[in-house]
Design a protein around this ligand. Structure first.
Ligand SMILES: NC(=O)c1ccc[n+]([C@@H]2O[C@H](COP(=O)([O-])OP(=O)(O)OC[C@H]3O[C@@H](n4cnc5c(N)ncnc54)[C@H](O)[C@@H]3O)[C@@H](O)[C@H]2O)c1
Ligand SMILES: [Zn+2]
Ligand SMILES: [Zn+2]
Length: 360
C-alpha cells in the first residue's frame, strides 16, 4: 500500500508559502522527511530573495505548483546528520542553493555538472525522488542529501554569504567556463542587481577589467567606488555606446526584461561572447549578421555544479566577496517582493529567518 504523506514526511516544518499566482506569501505548515542516512538536517538562519523566486511566485514561467515555499539561497547550522554522512557534523555552518537532487548517473553528473542533469531536482517547486514536492528556504529547517550541501567558511558573514549560493555561482561559473574571469579580459556586466553586483566583484577578483552597462547613470558612482568596477557605460547614451564598440571580450547579461541584444553584440571584440544569465519570459531578438562579423558567440549558463559551488564559496571567502544586502524580517517579505519588482533594492534582500519566522 502506498505510504501516507505523514509516513513519508513525518517531521513538522513551517514557513511562508504562496497559494496562487498572486504570489502573496503567508504562513504555511507542512512536513519534511526524517533524516535519511545520507541527509543533513539544518536550521535555516538566512535566505536570500532571488528574482527567480518572484518569477516562480507569480508563475511567470508557467510551471509553478502551489502551495509554493520559495528560497534557494539558504544558509543554516546543522542540527542532525544521517548515519552515512561523511562531510558534515552537528554545528557546521552550511548552505544549500538551487538544487537538492540529481540522477548521479548521466554524463553531466559524472562531470560535476549536476546543474545540467536532466533530472536535477530544484530546491523548491520540484518533485523529490520519493514523489513529494520540494519546499525551499523561506522555512524553519531543511533536510538535504549531503551531496547538495556546501560548507560555509568560518570567516564569512552568514547573511551576506547566502546570496552567493545562487547569485554567486551563477556569475562565477560562466566567468570561469567562458574564460572571461582572468587578467587581460574586459568583461561587461549588464543589469546591476543581485546577480550583476556579485558578477562585478567576482570578475574583478579573478583579474578582469569590468565595465557596468546600465540604462541610467544613477548607479555609476557606487559601481565604481564601492563595487570596484573600472568603468560605467550608459546604454541609452549613443555617444558612449559608440565609443565602446568592439572593446569587450565578454558580457554577462542579467536583465530579465525584454531588451535589445544588437547593441550588446556591438560592444564585443572579435570572438567576444555574450552570456545570457537571465530568463526573460519572451524570446529575445537575435540578429545573425553581427555574429558573423568577428565570429561572436551567444551562450548561456545556469548556476553551477556542487564542486564548483564549493570552489566559488571558498574563493569568495579568500577574497572577502559577499553580497551587499538588506536584511529583512519574514513578515516584510511581501513588501520586499514589491520593491524587488520595482528594482528598489541594493542589491539583495536576505530574510533573517531564524530570528523572525514565528511558528503558526
Ligand atoms: N542562469 C541562472 O542560473 C540564474 C540564476 C539566478 C537568477 N537568474 C535570473 O537572472 C535574472 C536576474 O536575477 P537577479 O536576481 O539578479 O534580479 P534583480 O532584480 O536583482 O536584478 C535584475 C537587474 O536587471 C535590471 N533591469 C530590470 N529591468 C530592466 C530593463 N528593462 N532594462 C535594463 N535593465 C533592467 C535591473 O536594474 C536589475 O538591476 C532573473 O531573470 C533570474 O530569474 C538566472
Ligand atoms: Zn536564484
Ligand atoms: Zn544526472
Amino acid at each position: 500500500m502506498a505510504k501516507s504523506a505523514e509516513e513519508v514526511h513525518p517531521v513538522k516544518s513551517f514557513g511562508w508559502a504562496a497559494r496562487d499566482d498572486s504570489g502573496i506569501l503567508s504562513p504555511f505548515t507542512f512536513s519534511r522527511r526524517a533524516t535519511g542516512a545520507e541527509d543533513v538536517r539544518f536550521k535555516v538562519l538566512y535566505c536570500g530573495i532571488c528574482h527567480t523566486d518572484l518569477h516562480q511566485l507569480k508563475n511567470e514561467w508557467g510551471r509553478s505548483n502551489y502551495p509554493l515555499v520559495p528560497g534557494h539561497e539558504i544558509v543554516g547550522v546543522v542540527t542532525e546528520v544521517g548515519s552515512k554522512v561523511q562531510k558534515f557534523k552537528i554545528g557546521d555552518k552550511v548552505g544549500v542553493g538551487c538544487m537538492v537532487g540529481a540522477c548521479h548517473s548521466c554524463d553531466n553528473c559524472a562531470n560535476d555538472l549536476e546543474n545540467h542533469c536532466p533530472k536535477a531536482i530544484p530546491a523548491y517547486n520540484g518533485t523529490y525522488h520519493d514523489g513529494t514536492t520540494t519546499y525551499g528556504g523561506y522555512s524553519d529547517h531543511m533536510v538535504t542529501n549531503e551531496h547538495f550541501v556546501i560548507h560555509i567558511p568560518e570567516n564569512m558573514p552568514l547573511d551576506a554569504a547566502a546570496p552567493l549560493l545562487c547569485a554567486g555561482i551563477t556569475t562565477y561559473s560562466p566567468l570561469k567556463y567562458y574564460e572571461l574571469g582572468k587578467p587581460g579580459m574586459h568583461v561587461g556586466v549588464v543589469g546591476l542587481g543581485g546577480l550583476g553586483h556579485v558578477g562585478v566583484k567576482f570578475a574583478k577578483a579573478l583579474g578582469a577589467k569590468v565595465t557596468v552597462i546600465s540604462t541610467s547613470p544613477n548607479k555609476k558612482k557606487e559601481a565604481i567606488e564601492h563595487l570596484g568596477a573600472d568603468s560605467f557605460l550608459v546604454s541609452r547614451d549613443p555617444d558612449q555606446m559608440q565609443a565602446a564598440m568592439g572593446t569587450m571580450d565578454g558580457i554577462l547579461d542579467t536583465v530579465f526584461a525584454d531588451h535589445r541584444l544588437l547593441p550588446l553584440l556591438g560592444l564585443l571584440k572579435s570572438h567576444g561572447k555574450l552570456i545570457m544569465l537571465a530568463a526573460p519570459n519572451k524570446p529575445l531578438d537575435l540578429p545573425a549578421f553581427p555574429l558573423l562579423m568577428g565570429r561572436k558567440l551567444v551562450g548561456g549558463s545556469t548556476i553551477g555544479g556542487l564542486k564548483e559551488t564549493q570552489e566559488m564559496i571558498d574563493f569568495a571567502a579568500k577574497h572577502n566577496i559577499t553580497a551587499d544586502i538588506e536584511v529583512i524580517s519574514m513578515d516584510y517579505v511581501n513588501t520586499a517582493m514589491e520593491r524587488l519588482e520595482k528594482v528598489d533594492v541594493k542589491y539583495r534582500f536576505v530574510i533573517d529567518v531564524a530570528n523572525t519566522l514565528k511558528a503558526a
